[in-house]
Design a protein around this ligand. Structure first.
Ligand SMILES: Cc1cc2nc3c(=O)[nH]c(=O)nc-3n(C[C@H](O)[C@H](O)[C@H](O)COP(=O)(O)OP(=O)(O)OC[C@H]3O[C@@H](n4cnc5c(N)ncnc54)[C@H](O)[C@@H]3O)c2cc1C
Length: 432
């Protein structure tokens, strides 16, 4: 059964066009459905009605990723977590199935799908192991997407096919020890020297740093320029003066590798500049708009995993002669958890659908990320509570969700920064 699914339709790389033949939101008549399907911009449909159903293809995709995660990830989760083992073999398999480049055009080896399908993939992987979810997210919507959005045709041709196939793994390096929330405070520098750039500095907290073949790294090219004078560069593993540094020993997501990236007189040809000189910070903000949808999906996946485990446990565990699920206090917890998951999904898939239709989603992706991540922390906490003392042990999966999910309120902008971003958008809207 598993083989049928994997070897058939859901190897996205080999059947992308068939997969894309329906769109999720167009139900206003057969003509409209076909028109929308062709345009791949469902939200722009005339007479569109809101439809919260997934398409049959999206449901099949969800099942296929779920089966993959159950077969290839679930048996190893705790072992990888304990030993901090990076699941490179699984990442290569995901690449073979087209899951490492789902949002990119077919001409670059992608599946030509959108953020809705991408979110489904991240959700289902994270439902079993958030580490795998964050590895795929950093690779796809940060590194590869920055190249896809800002790269020259030559850069896209050179890097995207290797990244979308999973042959190469990518990382994206903006944060520094003194520049976290205030990423504009970047200190790493890139100085022009003839036809080259020479990079010096250290980045921190880079997901995939130690296993990446390609890194998109940010450095200051002009301290006096507008927009903070930061530029993005593409660095390949093995480039002299470029290496991964200290690997963090983390609370959660321990099978994913997070660490420093060091530039020491690292000389790059001008062709490795990504996007326009001095505009890397602005491009990064645009990339983070999409990235935050993936962190929301990561949150939903882990919240769903924690909720599923709690529901199962509540039905089995007996106290006072009956299953604890019969106590109203436990039922209310389950209700609040399920409601928050649903609400998180609605916000996240709204942002994904809007992005897929070409809209700017700064506000919507920040709202989805803020709500889904804070809800996921709440849900994992309640899942441990429902398990009582057993939730505090490694015999049940909820303690790991509890540890892993905290990253979601921090990575790609903390909750405090999301509120700041949303507030700016709200005030801007009001000023119009
Ligand atoms: C597991 C993991 C993976 C990561 N992966 C990547 C990656 O792949 N690439 C990358 O570039 N970065 C990555 N990061 C870095 C992450 O994006 C930063 O940690 C995050 O942006 C916060 O920066 P900081 O840690 O320096 O915290 P700080 O900015 O020092 O914040 C500390 C506290 O102060 C608050 N704060 C700061 N400024 C304000 C303000 N103006 N108003 C209100 N509160 C404020 C913050 O919300 C937070 O609560 C990763 C981090 C982790 C933990």
């Amino acid at each position: 059964m598993t083989c049928l699914v994997f070897c058939g339709f859901f190897a996205l790389r080999s059947h992308p066009v068939w997969f894309r033949s329906f769109s999720p939101l167009c139900t206003s008549g057969r003509g409209a459905v076909l028109a929308c399907a062709r345009s791949r911009h469902p939200i722009r449909c005339h007479n569109r009605i809101v439809d919260f159903e997934y398409t049959p293809e999206q449901i099949q995709l969800r099942h296929a990723v779920r089966e993959f995660a159950a077969a290839e990830i679930a048996p190893h989760v705790m072992e990888w977590d304990e030993a901090q083992t990076f699941p490179l073999e699984v990442i290569r398999k995901l690449g073979g199935l087209g899951y490492m480049g789902c949002i990119f055009p077919e001409e670059y080896g992608g599946a030509g799908l959108g953020y809705v399908e991408y979110s489904i993939i991240i959700e289902e992987l994270s439902r079993v192991d958030g580490s795998v979810g964050i590895i795929v997210a950093a690779h796809t919507s940060l590194c590869s997407n920055h190249i896809a959005k800002a790269g020259t045709p030559e850069q896209k041709k050179k890097y995207l096919p290797k990244l979308t196939s999973g042959e190469w793994l990518g990382c994206w390096s903006l944060t520094e020890s003194e520049a976290g929330s205030d990423a504009a405070g970047t200190r790493s520098t890139a100085v022009r020297d003839g036809d080259d750039w020479v990079l010096n500095g250290a980045k921190s907290f880079t997901t995939n740093a130690h296993y990446a073949d390609v890194c998109v790294g940010m450095a200051v090219t002009n301290r006096t320029a507008a927009q903070h004078g930061i530029s993005a560069f593409i660095l390949e593993k093995g480039t002299p003066g470029f290496r991964a540094g200290k690997k963090e020993n983390k609370l959660g997501l321990r099978a994913s590798a997070t660490g420093d990236v060091i530039f020491t007189d690292c000389r790059l040809p001008h062709s490795q500049l990504l996007g326009k000189q001095d505009e890397g910070f602005v491009d990064s903000l645009r990339i983070l708009d999409g990235g935050r949808i993936s962190i929301a999906a990561l949150s939903i996946g882990m919240a769903q995993g924690a909720y599923d485990a709690a529901l199962k446990y509540a039905k089995l565990r007996k106290q006072f002669g009956r299953p604890i699920s019969e106590f109203q206090a436990i039922q209310h917890k389950l209700v609040d958890m399920a409601t928050k998951i649903d609400a998180s999904r609605l916000l996240t898939y709204r942002a994904a659908t809007m992005l897929d239709s070409g809209k700017r989603v700064t506000r919507e992706s920040a709202m989805a990320k803020l709500f889904a991540s804070e809800s996921a922390v709440y849900i994992a906490n309640e899942a441990v509570q429902i398990h009582g003392g057993y939730g505090f042990t490694k015999d049940y999966p909820v303690e790991k969700f509890y540890r892993d999910v905290k990253l979601c309120t921090i990575g790609e902008g903390t909750s405090e920064i999301q509120r700041l971003v949303i507030a700016r958008q709200l005030l801007k809207d009001q000023a119009k």
